[in-house]
Design a protein around this ligand. Sequence first.
Ligand code: FES
Length: 74
Amino acid sequence: MGRNKVIKCICHKRSFEEIKSYASKHDLSLVDELQNRDYCSNSCGLCAPYVEVTLETGQTEFSPGEPFRKKRDK
Ligand code: FES
């Protein structure tokens, strides 16, 4: 064990890396756009804040809760 990273949308079985490539290929910059296409983030929605940061910064690995802390620290 040891690795405790958040790296994917579990519901859609898609890694943030994959989501990043898809978004750039289709010129998408909003989580909404991915949700509307039923690509990710529209089932439980827990990954949405992570995907938001992926789209903003390109980051694809997070410690649990990291996007929430980032928002708070802004
Ligand atoms: S983990 Fe992405 S919608 Fe549930």
